[in-house]
Design a protein. Structure first.
Length: 126
């Protein structure tokens, strides 16, 4: 499935249109990584070990990063089963990389413009 087309204009600051957008969840492999706090957050759920196995991949090359698994050009945890809806299946335990893409942030605006999350902006926590 190709990334959604570009959207221009400011997103709703409260995130009301995020489920209809999903552009930040379209990205290349090895884009979204997990650190120790992310792993601990996921493992805090009763099904956490299964979530890590299903939605992440461990790069065995040093330094041994864990990345969100991709299905083609989108996050494997992105539910696209309903046309025009982009629901995150791990939203409550999503990695910090995902938490940084807040509505209206530089990464959000770039994803809206490109139709996917790019790499030309820094992730900056507001």
């Amino acid at each position: 499935m190709p990334p959604p087309p570009a959207v221009y204009g400011e997103p709703d600051p409260g995130g009301a249109d995020c489920l209809a957008c999903g552009r930040c969840c379209h990205h290349g492999p090895n884009t979204v990584h997990l650190l120790a706090d992310d792993d601990a957050r996921v493992l805090g759920r009763p099904d956490g070990a299964k979530l890590l196995q299903r939605y992440t991949v461990l790069d065995r090359r040093p330094p041994g990063w864990r990345f969100v698994r991709n299905d083609g050009d989108r996050c494997s945890a992105l539910d696209v089963s309903v046309a025009g809806r982009f629901r995150c299946l791990i939203y409550d335990v999503r990695p910090d990389d995902c938490r940084l893409v807040e509505p209206g942030s530089p990464a959000c605006l770039e994803a809206r413009r490109l139709g996917r999350l790019g790499s030309s902006v820094d992730f900056v926590r507001k």
